[in-house]
Design a protein around this ligand. Structure first.
Ligand code: CP
Ligand code: NVA
Length: 322
């Protein structure tokens, strides 16, 4: 049974720390590890658009000594109705790892059930766990702790403003709680996190010393935090849905005024792509407080560390989700 990374809590707290420390090492020396030397192939498949995830996985696999095989699902037989199970049975006999960006999490779970190689979530409707590894690395780097062998995240705080029901909010809850952080989500009542994800984050936080808060008050959420985060109000697949506009979300736009309520050295993160004047003002994302370009680069280092770690742990089944 291979280890998979389908959601943030597939890495236990100590394991997440190992991955982040390895990511910090790889950021310092990009060619230090080559687990795919041979070469081995990694399938990187997309049901949705991507810039950062596509480039960082393809570049990362190449830097690890392997061959990236980027597949647009729409041009594969999966896009013409071949089943996930049959597609996986074929891929798993040929490639070393499968990376997939798709819609429902259940599609990824189905792939993992038929895969004998690691499956990695490159974003689903419910979670974006690779992004959170990069974000945690970014927060830790700016807190100055990674180089000393300490991920420097436990006890730090982050506030996410906007759509509390999307993949980023869910992954911040699980990944942040795993890191022992104080995770605050500020969203309108109509766009709150999935209660099951919230409950799981609370369970994890109880074991790591972290905490979780959901509120409709953005000013209260950002008070004194180390990192302020946001994401688009309209995720992929939600185009055309009503209620995803300024009328619903404008109170959650990240402004200079909100940033001034955060900690004195607070950083701003956004997974990108960003929509200036909607979820964030240009004066924030284009300011010295913004670390979004480091964050985008860290996708490369974090995913290389994750893939290396999964190759190093081949015989440990991923624990079923609570
Ligand atoms: N942040 C992120 O996943 O970007 P892409 O959609 O461009 O891959
Ligand atoms: N929530 C966004 C993240 C994009 C990287 C989406 O799913 O479109």
């Amino acid at each position: 049974m291979p280890r998979h990374f389908l959601r943030d809590d597939d890495l236990a707290p100590a394991e997440q720390k190992q991955v982040l420390l390895l990511a910090a090492d790889l950021a310092a020396d990009r060619f230090a590890r080559r687990p795919f030397a041979g070469p081995r192939t990694v399938a990187i498949m997309f049901d949705k658009s991507s810039t950062r995830t596509r480039v960082s996985f393809a570049t990362g696999v190449a830097e690890l000594g392997g061959s990236p095989l980027v597949i647009e699902a729409g041009s594969s037989q999966l896009g013409r109705g071949e089943s996930i199970a049959d597609t996986t049975r074929v891929l798993t006999r040929q490639v070393s790892t499968i990376v997939w960006r798709t819609f429902g999490q259940e599609r990824l779970e189905e792939m993992a059930a038929h895969a004998t190689v690691p499956v990695i979530n490159a974003l689903t409707d419910e979670f974006h766990p690779c992004q959170i590894l990069a974000d945690l690395l970014t927060i830790a780097q700016h807190a100055g702790g990674v180089a000393e062998g300490d991920a420097a995240l436990a006890g730090r705080s982050m506030a996410y403003l906007g759509d509390g029901a999307n993949n980023m909010a869910h992954s911040y809850l699980l990944g942040g709680a795993t890191a022992g952080m104080d995770v605050r989500i500020a969203s309108p009542a109509s766009h709150r996190p999935d209660p099951a994800v919230l409950e799981r984050a609370e369970q994890i936080a109880a074991t790591t010393g972290g905490s979780v808060l959901v509120t409709d008050d953005p000013a209260a959420a950002v008070a004194g935090v180390d990192a302020v985060l946001t994401d688009t109000w309209v995720s992929m697949g939600q185009e055309g849905e009503s209620g995803r506009d300024a009328e619903t979300f404008s109170a959650y736009r990240v402004t200079d005024e909100l940033m001034d309520r955060a900690g004195a050295s607070a950083v701003f993160l956004h997974c990108l792509p960003a929509y200036r004047g909607k979820e964030v003002d240009a004066s924030v994302i284009d300011s010295a407080r913004s670390v979004v370009w480091d964050e985008a680069e860290n996708r490369l280092h974090a995913q290389k560390a994750l893939m290396t770690w999964l190759v190093d742990h081949p015989d440990e089944a991923t624990a079923p989700h609570a």
